[in-house]
Structures are given as C-alpha cells and as structure tokens.
Design a protein around this ligand. Structure first.
Ligand SMILES: Cc1cc2nc3c(=O)[nH]c(=O)nc-3n(C[C@H](O)[C@H](O)[C@H](O)COP(=O)(O)OP(=O)(O)OC[C@H]3O[C@@H](n4cnc5c(N)ncnc54)[C@H](O)[C@@H]3O)c2cc1C
Length: 314
C-alpha cells in the first residue's frame, strides 16, 4: 500500500456529483479551501505524475464506468462574490470559480445588475461556465468577462488574463491546462424588476424547450458548422429519427433531441453507446459529423486503484 501525504482534504474513490447521474468514481477528489491550497494540490499531483481534472457542478460531465484516474479538484469551497469596482452604470464583480452561476443570477436580480440573464437555467459553477463559455440563444458567459485568474496546472502558478487575450468562441475559452480560480464579471445597473422579468422570460423559454426535470448533461453534441454557419444539432438528430432512441437506461429526449436523459439504471457506457448510434444516424442521414459537447473523464494510464493509495491530510 502506498502512503502519500496530501496537502489538502482528499476523498478517495468517490462518485463526483454529476447532473447526468450515470457513471463511475474518481480515484481522488480534492477540496482546496484557498488558492494557496489549490497550488499545493497541483504541486503534489505533479510530483506524483497524476493527471489533474477540475470539477465544477458536474452539469456537463460524464465519468466513465471504469472511473477516472488522478486528482479531481472541486472548487466548491471557493465561492466568494465581491464588488470590486462601480463606475457610473457599470459594476465589476470578482467571483470565485466555485460560486454557483444560478445563485449569482439571483443575487444580480436582487441588486439590479444586468448582463447575465441570458444564462438563466444553465446549471454551472462560474469556473465551469467560463471554461465552457456556456450560453445559448440569449448570450454567452464570455460576453460579460473582464478578466480571468487562473492556476497553470503544469507550472503550478497563478496568473491573470485580460478578456482580449482569451479566445472565447462557441463553447470554447482556450483555457485548457488552467484552473479558473476567479472571474471579473462586468455588469450594468438596471431596475431589479426589469432584471427579474428578463430572467423569468429566459427561464420560461428554457423550460418549454428542454427536459429540465430529467437527468442529463445538457446538450450532448455541439451545434456543427455547416457551410460556414452553425446549425442546430438537435434539429439534425430529430431529422435523423433519433428521438426516443434508447440504449439501456439512456434515451434521446422526446422534448429536445440533443438531450440524452437517463434513468437510475443508466451506465456511462449506455450514454456513450447511444451517442455513437446518434452520430452514425446523423452522418448517414444528414452527412454531418457531430462533435461531443459533454466532457467525458476516463482513465488515461495504467489503472491505479484508490484502495492502493492511503491519503493522509498534512
Ligand atoms: C439541464 C441542463 C441544461 C443545460 N443548458 C445549457 C445551456 O443552455 N448552455 C450551455 O452552454 N450549457 C448548458 N448545459 C451544460 C452545462 O450547464 C455547462 O456546460 C456548464 O458550463 C458546466 O459547468 P459546470 O461547473 O457544471 O462544469 P463541469 O460539468 O463540472 O465541467 C465541465 C468542464 O469544465 C471544466 N471546468 C469546470 N470548472 C472549471 C474551472 N474552475 N477551471 C477550469 N476548468 C473547469 C471541467 O474540467 C470540464 O472539462 C446544461 C446542462 C444541464 C444539465
């Protein structure tokens, strides 16, 4: 049995909370309570050659049934929201990455801070929303970003990127290899009632279109680019006759074809096999290759069982 000293609280062999429910465990799940602890955790993982993964709210995540190796880092203990600057109608907040996006939206509505309403109903941590550039028809997270503080996983050091240096694009931030720790978000003042009204409107549209009451990881596939413009993956999947298609406990939603919903018997393998089938049908029917939006964690190297490693807080 290997004995290792961990610099922060680490749980072994735990199933990370994910919105889709199905899937396996991560070998180690760390819970740093500060940026310093996060850095120590990165150094600790680097010294042992362990892969590092970052867990937000698990809303876009599927862990393979065989589990995922290395150290997953949860930033749930880093969730402070501070007002750093108020210039006329403009308000800049510094939000730690573990803060809940939906709770931030509620806080913004109370204060009359406008700009994030388009993300109503998108389950995410602020770090996850930034990394994925979450969004939809009503805007993207990158639209309100002023700066981003990150920890570089290889170099184990903190740094700050200005908005202009971040190549935000459709579901892309270019932040691979970094842990987002804090985001500067620029909003504008408005009447709280007006912010609340827009929030409710977006939420109502989302509820009507998406199976929000069922377990899923949001859109399974990215909207592909066809002839230079984005087309709806959901529409292509629907046209390919995939609604209701099922593998085990995973099923293509009847309400929104780009959502794969799961029951309590579903496995990650069911979800992945269903996604393969959908991809094949869309290619055969529409001539378009779909790309996965869901992030999948799986073992990268030789399987190292959590039970082989005793972790001691130190
Ligand atoms: C019901 C439902 C509806 C959804 N609707 C939408 C929608 O309308 N639009 C949309 O874009 N998405 C949607 N999603 C998907 C999901 O909400 C977004 O992708 C969201 O950004 C995921 O954030 P998270 O914190 O849960 O990240 P996770 O799912 O935990 O992680 C996703 C990826 O982000 C990385 N990550 C997380 N935190 C950090 C960090 N601090 N630093 C670096 N990397 C990090 C992870 O390593 C992983 O690669 C939906 C999901 C569900 C379940």
């Amino acid at each position: 049995m290997t004995v290792v000293e961990a610099p922060v609280q680490i749980d072994r062999g735990v199933k990370p909370p994910t919105w889709i429910g199905a899937g396996g465990v991560v070998d180690m799940l760390a819970h740093p309570a500060s940026e310093e602890e996060l850095l120590r955790c990165l150094v600790w993982a680097r010294e042992r050659g362990l892969p590092v993964r970052v867990l937000g709210e698990g809303a876009n995540l599927l862990v393979h049934d065989a589990g995922a190796d290395g150290v997953a880092i949860s930033l749930r203990r880093l969730r402070r929201v501070e007002t750093v600057c108020e210039e006329g109608e403009v308000v800049t907040l510094a939000v730690q990455a573990g803060a809940s996006l939906q709770q931030l939206l509620i806080q913004c509505a109370r204060q009359g801070w406008a700009g994030l309403e388009g993300l109503a109903g998108v389950p995410a941590s602020v770090g996850g929303a930034c990394f994925m550039n979450a969004g939809g028809a009503f805007g993207e997270f990158g639209d309100v970003v002023r700066w981003i503080e990150t920890a570089d996983v290889e170099r184990c050091e903190l740094g700050r990127l200005e908005r202009e240096a971040t190549p935000f694009a459709y579901r892309h931030s270019g932040l691979e290899g970094r842990v987002v720790t804090r985001v500067g978000v620029t909003l504008r003042r408005d009447e709280p009632a007006a912010v609340r009204r827009r929030l409710k409107e977006v939420m109502a549209r989302k509820k009507a279109a998406q199976p929000l009451g069922k377990k899923s990881a949001g859109c399974a596939f990215k909207n592909p680019e066809v002839d230079g413009r984005r087309v709806s993956a959901g529409r292509l999947i629907d046209e390919a006759g995939c609604k209701g298609l099922r593998v085990g406990g995973a099923c293509v939603s009847e309400q929104h074809a780009n959502f794969i919903v799961t029951d309590r018997f579903a496995t990650a393998e069911n979800v992945l096999a269903l996604m393969e089938r959908v991809k094949e049908r869309v290619l055969a029917r529409c001539g378009v290759t779909l790309e996965r939006e869901i992030v999948v964690w799986e073992r990268q190297g030789v399987r190292r069982r959590a039970s082989d490693v005793a972790v001691a807080d130190g």
